[in-house]
Design a protein. Structure first.
Length: 95
């Protein structure tokens, strides 16, 4: 398993993997170790749920950035559009 991890782009998921040399020898893997140890989940501070998944799949945040950088839309307008998109998704999942 240690050999596999040397060529993989994964951080450790088991305590036994924390001692693999790759997580100290490789700067990339050291970063993955730090992320696994001290990082937060992608959904933080929300929880990974259906609404968050739909939000991610809608690309609302990347679209907001694109609107500003590529389409030259005012940042406040782009943020309002992203917020409206996000709110619509979460409203669909409200109980």
């Amino acid at each position: 398993m240690a050999g596999f991890m040397e060529n993989a782009t994964y951080g450790p998921v088991l305590n036994s993997q924390l001692k693999y040399p790759v997580f100290t020898d490789s700067p990339v893997h050291a970063g993955l170790l730090q992320q696994a140890d001290k990082g937060t989940t992608p959904a933080y501070p929300d929880t990974a749920n259906a609404a968050y998944s739909d939000y991610q799949n809608a690309f609302s945040t990347p679209r907001m950035v694109q609107r500003v950088l590529v389409d030259k839309v005012d940042i406040n307008t782009a943020m309002a559009q992203a917020q409206a998109s996000c709110q619509k998704i979460y409203d669909q999942h409200a109980s």
